[in-house]
Design a protein around this ligand. Structure first.
Ligand SMILES: [Zn+2]
Length: 532
């Protein structure tokens, strides 16, 4: 996520330096070092039914479930459909990942979704559980839409559902303990109300006349780490999702006139009357995002075997094409600097959000007002490059966005300057650091004192969150680079990206990567800038 800025930064980009053409990306070799397994020893590895013909859902639980229409394309698709061919085996590296099978029937007016969802979860916590938790982020803004779960079936049993944290947490119990390594499978039946022209949470979950945005509105299992389950009530600002990389098989049945922009790969389209059921495979991904539109147009480009698509309002075509150019070049820079992007697709979507942009796996949204305001072109480019960088740090390498927001946001801010550095030269990157991060940080210091950049989102007010996490935080990375040199700095980030691919990293993992690559101890820098 990137907050809109109250002040305007005029970056000397196009006038000062011509974009440097980048060397073509070299195709990465397959099969990086094996990952530590996510499952405890002795865990049950279940046979994969992922990608096979969708099973019939429990008929008793939802007698109204429409009968599946005959498929127009073969029903069996690869579970690796979202991955570039050279990374097709990546899914196998995640043992016992959670699997979501979701069927959404979107009403004709796009106001409501009837959802049927099967969740297959293996207890990877190492502890016996009395149930599992689901996060219901559709309920995060009271009065603006929401989700109501009608029923959860576990086998033949109807589960007990206990809501808490302003209805953003559901505890699901079915009268039996779930031992480590054992599997649990639930079938959920729910209704989601989509709010019109919503204002809460940067308007990230809303129906407008030109785009309906559906972020993490389905029930999702939160991450479980050394602190246990993550059930925090999210503040009104900042990101909310902290979840494990999972496998998503999602069918969105919607009126035929709408295009669907979603995480992962569209693998099947089934027209039926005036509706189309579109099936997406998104794996391994830690969230699933979807957007519906009958207005946006698109332009696309190939970067090797990755398709980058920019979606924009017809009247913003010129800016939509610029967004494509920035996204393509950002992708190239980050692949070269941090490591390969593993997925086939990346979408950049003009959005009604009041944030500068918001990141999701395979999808980034960028605020429509940035497409509109010629005076904000530099920030528009910055926001686009920022959101694309989240594909590396948030989407592929996960982290706790609520308690350690600096770990992705400050790093992504710094990565964005690397985009400007590689494309326009050091002077432009230095100008951004000076005029942007340094100025924000100094401003923050004068208002709040010198707060650490490493606090949880909720420990700051919204303004301080922006000043310290997005202004001060990236200066830490510059300080590290200055101390250990370019070679060790980028090697550390490449190692971190490879080692924690599809996993969740903690702050000490990143510090360890810098220490290991440099042979130095950067802890004093960490304490000085990030604190905690
Ligand atoms: Zn961000």
């Amino acid at each position: 996520m990137l907050r809109q800025l109250a002040v305007l930064f005029i970056l000397c980009v196009s006038a000062c330096a011509a974009p440097t053409p980048l060397a073509p990306t070299i195709a990465p070799t397959a099969s990086p070092a094996p990952l530590p397994t996510m499952a405890p020893a002795g865990a049950t590895v279940l046979p994969s039914d992922f990608g096979k013909t969708r099973p019939t859902l429990d008929a008793n639980a939802a007698p109204t479930l429409p009968t599946a229409a005959p498929a127009t394309t073969p029903a069996t698709v690869g579970a690796d459909a979202a991955l570039r061919p050279q990374f097709s085996q990546d899914l196998e590296r995640l043992q016992n990942e959670t699997r979501y099978f979701i069927q959404w029937d979107v009403s004709d007016d796009l106001g409501e979704i009837h959802g049927r969802q099967r969740v297959h979860y293996v207890n990877r916590t190492g502890k016996t559980l009395d149930g599992i938790y689901l996060r219901l982020f559709a309920n995060a803004t009271p009065g603006e839409g929401g989700i109501e779960i009608h029923q959860i079936m576990v086998g033949e049993r109807q589960a007990d559902i206990t809501l808490s944290q302003n209805d953003t947490v559901a505890h699901v119990a079915w009268g039996e303990p779930l031992e480590p390594g054992r599997a649990f499978e639930a079938t959920l039946d729910y209704t989601i109300k989509i709010p019109k022209d919503a204002k809460g949470r940067y308007g990230d979950f809303t129906q407008t006349s030109w785009l309906t945005t559906l972020p993490t509105i389905y029930p999702i299992i939160p991450a479980y780490d050394a602190q246990g389950w993550h059930l925090e009530t999210p503040p009104e600002y900042g990101d909310v999702v902290y979840a494990d990389s999972s496998a998503y098989d999602v069918v969105i049945d919607a009126p035929a006139e709408y295009q669907v922009i979603a995480s992962g790969e569209l693998v099947q389209e089934t027209p039926q009357g005036n509706r189309i059921a579109r099936r997406f495979i998104a794996a391994p991904m830690r969230d699933f995002n979807a957007n519906l539109t009958d207005v946006l147009e698109k332009t696309l480009a190939a970067v090797d075997d990755i398709t980058v698509t920019s979606w924009y309002k017809p009247e913003d075509a010129a800016q939509g094409k610029r967004a494509l150019d920035w996204a393509v070049n950002a992708l190239r820079v980050y692949e070269k600097r941090f490591g390969p992007y593993p997925f086939r697709s990346l979408n950049v979507v003009e959005s009604p959000t009041t944030a500068g942009g918001i990141e999701y796996p395979g999808v980034v949204t960028v605020a429509s007002n940035l497409y509109r305001d010629a005076g904000q072109t530099s920030f528009f480019e910055f926001a686009t490059a920022h959101e694309v960088a989240h594909q590396w740090f948030y989407s592929v390498v996960g982290s706790d966005q609520v308690n350690h927001p600096w770990l992705d946001e400050a790093l992504v801010q710094y990565a964005t300057t690397v985009y400007f550095e590689d494309r326009y030269g050091l002077a432009v990157a230095e100008q951004i650091r000076r005029d942007y991060f340094e100025a924000q940080y100094q401003d923050g210091k004068s208002q709040y004192g010198n707060l650490p950049a490493g606090l949880p989102v909720g420990a700051y007010d919204e303004n301080a969150y922006s000043k310290f996490v997005y202004g001060k935080g990236p200066l830490f990375f510059q300080a590290v680079r200055d101390q250990i040199g370019d070679d060790a700095f980028f090697r550390a980030l490449q190692n971190y990206y490879r080692e924690f691919k599809y996993l969740n990293a903690q702050p000490q993992d990143l510090i360890h990567a810098f220490n290991q690559a440099s042979g130095q101890d950067i802890t004093p820098l960490y304490l000085a800038w990030i604190g905690q």
